[in-house]
Design a protein around this ligand. Structure first.
Ligand code: TXA
Ligand code: MG
Length: 348
């Protein structure tokens, strides 16, 4: 692990090729994706992959997503993942479904868990029978993966259990003292992680994590999704995750009169405006350090883009608690926003 602060690389040809050289050599580099920034390492190097766990302080039972490039478009999308996946158990129906899902949502914020090929290292899948694969839509990630020439594992570039970074600066705060370089691709367009689904050999689809692609859009193609199973299949599903340092209280009815004053607070609002809420908190005897609005118009995309950055900036004010309002919708991208808010406020 390096003690120097990471180099912040521009997403120029020079920046991308410097990052690619580091990755080829087995180092870790933070890369932008359209969802959140990822801590990248070459997926074919057990040493590099094990450094990812060490740098993130991530338990070895939490598997990593393998990121592939789209390439020059001359190959069918599925050819890009063939070396990683063992399709022998797959029915024709499952293969067809996979192809339609790939064509509909790749490159983009959809991760597919598929039967792993033997060549995929155990450290990548945490010993699970499936490998998670995704083709990111961010042009800088695409260029980087192509320059490295092999798929890259990339968990979100945060320390385990904390908020995923959606800017290079946020990644610097999380991991700047632990990686040689951070490639700056600007603020992430989606702002929360990919949707993770497992496709079974019989073409059943299970939702493992709501995210950037609405489950309704997947269901429109695949039919109803099997619900997430009660057992924890991966720690991304642990109740407490994506959490700021300050405890987060998610309150249906953000009534400050019902909250016992106990130290300065921060407020995360769904739609705003913030001023009347801040005033009400102050009237009830609370010191308000900061407030953020997810989307003044109640727009899912805007709220998703703002969510992690808002939590991060409220946390930076060092409040004793963050009071948050539930998001306004539970469908589409709103389901993923609500999922992240619930996890951020889950008991720790
Ligand atoms: O949008 C994203 O997916 C971002 C960007 C960087 O691509 N990556 C990301 O990775 O969110 P991470 O490691 O923070 O979350 C990946 C989650 C794991 O927690 C786990 O739930 C699931 O994906 N996962 C990965 N591999 C799996 C596998 N083999 N079987 C089941 N679930 C898996
Ligand atoms: Mg993560």
């Amino acid at each position: 692990m390096n003690r120097k602060q990471a180099a912040l690389l521009p997403s120029t040809e020079g920046g991308v090729s410097f990052a690619a050289e580091r990755l080829i050599a087995g180092d870790l580099v933070v890369m932008p994706t359209e969802t959140v920034y990822g801590l990248a390492a070459r997926a074919d190097s057990p040493d590099a992959v094990s450094s990812v766990y060490a740098v993130k302080q991530r338990p070895l039972f939490d598997p990593l997503i393998v990121h592939v490039a789209r390439g020059d478009g001359s190959e069918p999308l599925l050819a890009r993942i063939r070396p990683l996946v063992d399709f022998r158990s797959f029915s024709q129906e499952a293969l067809d479904l996979l192809e339609v899902l790939g064509e509909s949502f790749w490159p983009g914020p959809l991760t597919l868990v598929l039967p792993r090929a033997e060549t995929v290292h155990d450290l990548v899948t945490a010993g699970l029978p499936g490998v998670a694969v995704r083709m990111p839509a961010h042009p800088v990630a695409e260029r980087l993966i192509r320059a490295v020439g092999v798929p890259l594992v990339a968990p979100s570039a945060n320390r385990f259990g904390r908020i995923s970074p959606t800017t290079a600066q946020a990644a610097m705060e999380e991991l700047g003292d632990r990686v040689p370089a951070i490639l700056d691709g600007g603020p992430c367009a989606i702002g929360l992680e990919s949707t993770v689904i497992a496709i079974e050999p019989d073409a059943t689809v299970r939702l493992l994590r709501p995210g950037g692609i609405p489950t309704e859009a997947i269901a429109a193609i695949a039919g109803a999704l099997s619900p997430r199973s009660a057992r924890v299949e991966a720690p991304g599903q642990l109740p407490s995750h994506y959490a700021p340092r300050a405890p987060v209280c998610l309150l249906q009815d953000l009534d400050p009169a019902k909250i016992e004053p106990a130290g300065p607070v921060a407020i995360l609002l769904a739609r705003g405006p913030a001023e009347p809420v801040i005033a009400a908190f102050e009237r009830a005897g609370h010191e308000v350090l900061a407030a953020r609005v997810l989307s003044p118009t109640g727009d899912d995309r805007e709220a998703a883009r703002n969510l992690f950055a808002a939590m991060r900036s409220l946390d930076a004010a060092s409040p004793s608690r963050i009071f948050a309002e539930p998001w306004t919708s539970q469908t589409g991208l709103g389901a993923a926003i609500s999922d992240r808010l619930a996890r951020a406020s889950a008991p720790r």
